[in-house]
Design a binder for this molecule. Structure first.
Ligand SMILES: Cc1ncc(COP(=O)(O)O)c(C=O)c1O
Length: 367
C-alpha cells in the first residue's frame, strides 16, 4: 500500500519547539516585553469576558493612523488583514468584474476575489523587473476592470515600489477609475515605504496587519484603512460585528507604542539573516536569488537549474532538519514549480541552521 503523504503543517505544529518557522512569513524574533505585558494585563483585567468595542479598543484606530501618518481616514479593524481583504472584495467586486493582480502573489486574496464572482487577471512578474509596471497594467485594463491589487512589499518576491513607480501605478488606476488595493502588510520591513494614498487618496484602500512586523500572526488582528465613504461600503460586509479579539488588540496597541524600540533590531536581524541565506544559496550550484536584498521578510530561491522539485526540498528540509520553508505552488500556479519561498524574520541562531539544512538537502536530492 502506498504511504499517505505527510501533512507538513501538522508535523511542523507537532514539533513547533524544534522547527525553524521559515514557511509562513511570520516573525518569531522575541517580542518587546511591553507587548506580552499588555496581553497579561488584558487577561488579568478580564475584559475578554465582554465583546470588544467594535471600532477597536480606545486609542488603537488612532495609533494605526498615526503609524501610517494619515489624517482624515477611517480604520476598519478585522481579525487579520485577510478578513479585511475579503470584506473589501465582497463590497466592490461582482460577477463579470476583473481585478488585476500579479503572479506570483499571495493567492488566498485571489480566491477571495473569485468568491465574489470576479475574474483575477494575474500579470506575470516572475522575470525582470520582478514587479508591476504602469505599462503592463495599462495594457491589461479592460472595460470590466474594477480594481488593482498591489502587494508592496511583495509576497513572495520582496520587491517594493519606489515613489515614481507607485505614482505611475496610481495614475493608471485613476485614468480608469480603478480601486487601488494597496496591501502594505509587510511595510515595517521596508525602510522606504510609500503609500498610494499620497497620489490617489480618494480610491485607495490600505491593508494593514499586525502579523508581520509586530510578530502577532496567531493573534489575528489587522484591518483596512481608507476614505470614510469607501469604508462605509466595506462595513456592509462586516462578518464580525461582535468585535476583534481584545487580547490581540491590546498586543497591537503595545506594539505600536513601542515600535521605535523594537523596529531597528528587527531590521538588523532580517538584514543579517538575508546574508546568511544568500551565502548558502551561492554555494548551491543551480540555485539563485532573483531578488536580493528583499524589502520584506521573505524572498524566493529559484531552483530551476537544480532540477529539484520544491515540494521534495520543503519536505526533506522539514522532516530531516526541522527547517520549514515553502514550496512555490502556494504562491503561483504558473511559476510555483520553479522556487521555494524562505521567510527570514526568525532569530539569528535559528537562521544559522538554514545553510546546512539547505545544502545537505540539495545535494541529496540532486544525487
Ligand atoms: C500579502 C498579504 N496580505 C495579507 C495577508 C494576511 O495577513 P493577516 O491576515 O495575518 O493580517 C498576508 C499573510 O501572509 C499576506 O502575505
Amino acid at each position: 500500500m502506498a504511504k499517505a503523504p505527510v501533512d507538513l503543517f501538522a508535523f511542523a505544529h507537532a514539533h513547533r519547539d524544534e522547527v525553524v518557522w521559515m514557511s509562513q512569513n511570520t516573525n518569531t524574533i522575541p517580542l518587546h516585553p511591553a507587548i506580552e505585558e499588555a496581553v497579561q494585563e488584558s487577561l488579568r483585567s478580564g475584559e475578554y469576558r465582554l465583546y470588544s468595542y467594535r471600532p477597536g479598543v480606545f486609542g488603537l484606530p488612532e495609533a494605526i493612523l498615526a503609524d501610517l501618518s494619515l489624517d482624515g481616514y477611517e480604520v476598519f479593524l478585522t481579525n487579520g488583514g485577510i478578513e479585511a481583504l475579503y470584506a473589501v472584495q465582497r463590497a466592490f467586486l461582482g460577477e463579470g468584474d476583473e481585478i488585476l493582480a500579479t503572479d506570483p502573489s499571495f493567492l488566498p486574496i485571489h480566491h477571495q476575489a473569485e468568491m465574489s464572482g470576479a475574474r483575477v487577471v494575474e500579470l506575470p512578474i516572475y522575470r525582470e523587473p520582478w514587479k508591476l509596471t504602469a505599462e503592463a497594467v495599462e495594457a491589461a485594463v479592460t472595460a470590466e476592470t474594477r480594481a488593482l491589487l498591489v502587494i508592496d512589499p511583495h509576497n513572495p518576491l520582496g520587491i517594493s515600489y519606489p515613489a515614481e513607480e507607485l505614482r505611475g501605478l496610481t495614475e493608471v488606476a485613476r485614468d480608469h477609475n480603478l480601486l487601488f488595493l494597496h496591501d502594505v502588510t509587510y511595510r515595517d520591513f521596508n525602510t522606504g515605504q510609500h503609500l498610494a494614498t499620497t497620489w490617489y487618496p480618494e480610491r485607495t484602500l490600505l491593508f494593514y496587519s499586525f502579523s508581520k512586523g509586530p510578530g502577532l500572526a496567531g493573534m489575528r488582528v489587522g484591518g483596512v484603512v481608507g476614505p470614510p465613504d469607501l469604508i462605509r461600503e466595506v462595513r456592509r460586509f462586516d462578518t464580525n460585528v461582535l468585535g476583534v479579539n481584545v487580547l490581540a488588540q491590546r498586543a497591537g496597541l503595545a506594539a505600536l507604542d513601542t515600535k521605535e524600540e523594537w523596529l531597528p533590531g528587527l531590521l538588523e536581524t532580517c538584514r543579517a539573516n538575508q546574508e546568511t541565506i544568500r551565502g548558502a544559496v551561492e554555494k548551491a550550484k543551480g540555485a539563485r536569488l532573483p531578488v536580493f536584498p528583499s524589502r520584506s521578510n521573505s524572498f524566493v530561491v529559484d531552483l530551476q537549474d537544480t532540477g529539484i522539485d520544491p515540494h521534495r526540498l520543503e519536505e526533506r528540509m522539514l522532516l530531516d532538519h526541522r527547517v520549514h520553508v515553502r514550496a512555490g505552488d502556494y504562491l503561483s500556479k504558473r511559476f510555483g514549480s520553479n522556487f521555494i519561498r524562505v521567510s527570514f524574520s526568525v532569530p539569528t541562531e535559528e537562521c544559522a541552521r538554514f545553510p546546512a539544512a539547505f545544502l545537505e538537502t540539495i545535494e541529496r536530492l540532486r544525487a
